[in-house]
Design a protein around this ligand. Structure first.
Ligand code: NDP
Length: 451
């Protein structure tokens, strides 16, 4: 075990030196390497320096960076930067979302792409890992501006993607509207009806039922599984949810369906706490229809709700917590606050929302902690089901997709739970998810030779 730890530490130092100024990527790599010592000890072929498996796994197969010029409504030209990191295709075509947010840079895209490799492996479906996006900020832009940006972005991206090559989807700042504009431009440039090139499409033109709901629903189902192992359920529990985008909205919806009471939502300006529980119809109207801020929800909801500018939802005591906005949004202090408030489980709807120190505090306090690689894999799983439907020119019923999603989330939980036990870390879902995902990808890479 000591040799394994030394080898992993040497790998980490080398990877950080080779990829300077990419803190999120370093964090994502370190979080995986920190849990691999038991599997390196048990399976020496993974650790063999001569095979350089981890060196290959942490180096993207391809990184594409491109200029995205576009004109705003006043005729002014803007230049953004576009990215697609095709990280690993050992298990299938690269698969992972596009993020449009001012914080996007190559390090953020690489962290997301790296996480995606293991998440996609955990689904058990045939999809590799990739991620992309741009530092474009769609907030406050008109539909016409967003369309022109998406068309310019796809004018370059189309050369690199395809149903058997690389299949992007949505992420922060990329929802149904953006996928529509991107798909339209792809179709125009290529003159192909290639539905399987993007997922998250509208249901009338190749999209899957339940795809918009899948990440949030899956994160709640994962929490239900974690509670079930401990003899509990969601029924009657209070919940804190951060974010108010795609993942957060459908986390709230599934919590309510399963008898829990979500009390909060948030955006980058602050959070709302609603003592009566979130009014989902009003929140959807404000966010999905009007593209407004959560403060507007509070203003219209009446006396049960208040907006806390600049605050964090974790200060509201609750039984379960769902970080569903962005990376590193739940830090050590937040974790201590949650523990003091009696939290039983945390399920990551977002990618890497909990800092490593916060994860440690939660786990040491006995809180069931579901890492994003496992807990939010429902979104990409239903994206893979969308690809299957597109390949067969079929449209499955919402019930069928939801049943499949529930089965996949149960299976991910079972694999992760069992793997953690097998490697001497019972109840540690971080270790279980990292090792189970790693084993599947590593075995495929070793079988396919040095590429
Ligand atoms: P959306 O763009 O729909 O919503 C993002 C939400 O998070 C908004 O409420 C936004 O507020 C908030 N947010 C974003 N950045 C920040 C920030 N820097 N500080 C505070 N709040 C912020 O994105 P999604 O719901 O799709 O994605 C949320 C998370 O879930 C991301 O981590 C994403 O990677 C992850 N995820 C998404 C999947 C999907 O299927 N969509 C699948 C798996 C994971 P504001 O409007 O003020 O920016």
């Amino acid at each position: 075990m000591k040799d394994s730890k030394d080898r992993l530490e040497a790998l980490r130092v080398g990877i950080e030196r080779r990829n300077p100024a990419q803190p999120e990527f370093h964090q994502a790599v370190r979080e995986v390497l920190d849990t691999l010592a038991p599997v390196f000890a048990a399976r020496p072929e993974y650790a063999d320096p001569a095979a350089a498996l981890v060196e290959r796994l942490t180096e993207p197969e391809r990184q594409i960076v491109f200029r995205v010029p576009w004109q705003d409504d006043r005729g002014r030209v803007h230049v953004n930067r576009g990215y697609r990191v095709e990280f690993n295709s050992a298990l299938g075509p690269y698969k992972g979302g596009l993020r449009f947010h001012p914080s996007v840079d190559i390090g953020v895209v690489k962290f997301l792409g790296f996480e995606q490799i293991f998440k996609n492996a955990l689904t058990g479906l045939g999809i590799g890992g990739g991620k992309g996006g741009s530092d474009f900020d769609p907030r406050g832009r008109s539909d016409a501006e967003v369309m022109r940006f998406c068309q310019s972005f796809m004018t370059e991206l189309h050369r690199h993607i395809g149903e058997h090559t690389d299949v992007p989807a949505g992420d922060i700042g990329v929802g149904g509207r953006e996928i529509g504009y991107l798909f339209g431009q792809y179709r125009r440039i290529t003159n192909r009806w290639e539905a399987g090139v993007l997922t998250g499409k509208g249901q009338g033109w190749g999209g899957s039922a339940i795809r918009p709901q899948a990440t949030g629903y899956g994160s709640v189902l994962f929490a239900a599984e974690m509670l079930g192992v401990r003899g509990g359920s969601l029924d009657g529990l209070t919940a804190v949810v951060s974010g108010s985008g795609n993942v957060a909205l459908y986390t709230v919806e599934k919590l309510q369906q399963l008898g829990a009471n979500p009390l909060t939502c948030s955006d980058s300006h602050g959070y709302v706490v609603d003592d009566k529980g979130i009014d989902l119809a009003l929140l959807k109207q404000v966010k999905e229809v009007e593209r407004g801020r959560v403060s507007e929800y509070a203003a219209r909801r009446g006396s049960s709700a208040r907006f806390v500018p600049g605050g964090r939802v974790w200060e509201v005591p609750a039984d379960i917590a769902f970080p569903s906005a962005t990376q590193n949004e739940l830090d050590a202090q937040d974790a201590r606050t949650l523990v003091a408030g009696g939290v039983k489980a945390v399920s990551e709807g977002a990618n890497m929302p909990t800092t490593p120190e916060a994860v440690r505090i939660l786990q040491e306090a006995g809180v069931a902690f579901g890492p994003g690689k496992a807990a939010n894999a429902g979104g990409v799983a239903v994206s893979a089901l969308e690809m299957s439907q597109n390949a067969g020119r079929a449209a499955w019923s919402a019930q069928r997709v939801e049943d499949e999603l529930a089965a996949i989330m149960r299976s991910i939980h079972a694999v992760v739970h069992e793997t953690a036990e097998r490697y001497g870390a019972p109840g540690d879902y971080v270790t279980g998810a990292n090792i189970a995902g790693f084993e599947r990808v590593a075995d495929a890479m070793l079988a396919q030779g040095v590429i």
